[in-house]
Write a new protein. Structure first.
Length: 179
């Protein structure tokens, strides 16, 4: 596996290293030892799948607050997506910054999003399927979100006029934490 740092502290692009022959290819998509060696949370306790019928579907920007914060490893298993991590950790040198990567079934990339970062994506193809490996348990009362188009972050989404839920569309403007 190949681990590449991103401009956001603790967010990593993870790529499978394929062994190919005329039959196809084989690759590891996750290895606890390699994640731990890179200082990442490898205690994934659940997996989830998101299926998205239409190109332009936007989900996010979601996170859970401590003590129920979650780390995520996100991979596109069908179709294509624009995956975004947003740093919401006030003590981080990259606070309020974001990073995006195109994840496709063909490129096999994953994005590791640590605790304290929000996550969202926009589909680039119809019938896109997303696999999440999550370190932490789902705790609805700890769930939060920030608006996908909040000017405080300036996330540049690839497709205008996304298909988005009312909940994701109506998060309030982000305000800096009081110190």
């Amino acid at each position: 596996m190949k681990f590449t740092t991103t401009p956001i502290a603790g967010v990593w692009l993870v790529e499978m290293e394929r062994s190919e022959d005329d039959r196809g290819w084989f690759a590891r998509s996750w290895c606890a030892g390699e994640f731990v060696a890179h200082g990442l949370n490898a205690a994934f306790s659940q997996s989830s799948t998101s299926f998205n019928r239409r190109r332009g579907t936007l989900r996010g920007m979601h996170y859970q607050v401590a003590p129920h914060a979650e780390a995520k490893l996100v991979r596109c298993t069908r179709g294509a997506m624009y995956d975004v991590a947003l740093d919401l950790r006030p003590s981080s040198p990259t606070f309020c910054k974001w990073f995006a990567a195109e994840l496709t079934a063909d490129n096999g990339r994953s994005l590791y999003i640590p605790e304290g970062c929000a996550h969202g994506f926009q589909t680039l193809a119809d019938d896109t399927e997303v696999l999440y490996q999550i370190a932490g348990e789902y705790h609805p009362a700890s769930g939060r979100g920030v608006r996908w188009d909040d000017a405080a972050f300036g996330i540049q989404w690839p497709l205008l006029e996304p298909l988005i839920s009312d909940r994701d569309q109506n998060y309030v403007d982000f305000t800096l934490p009081q110190t």
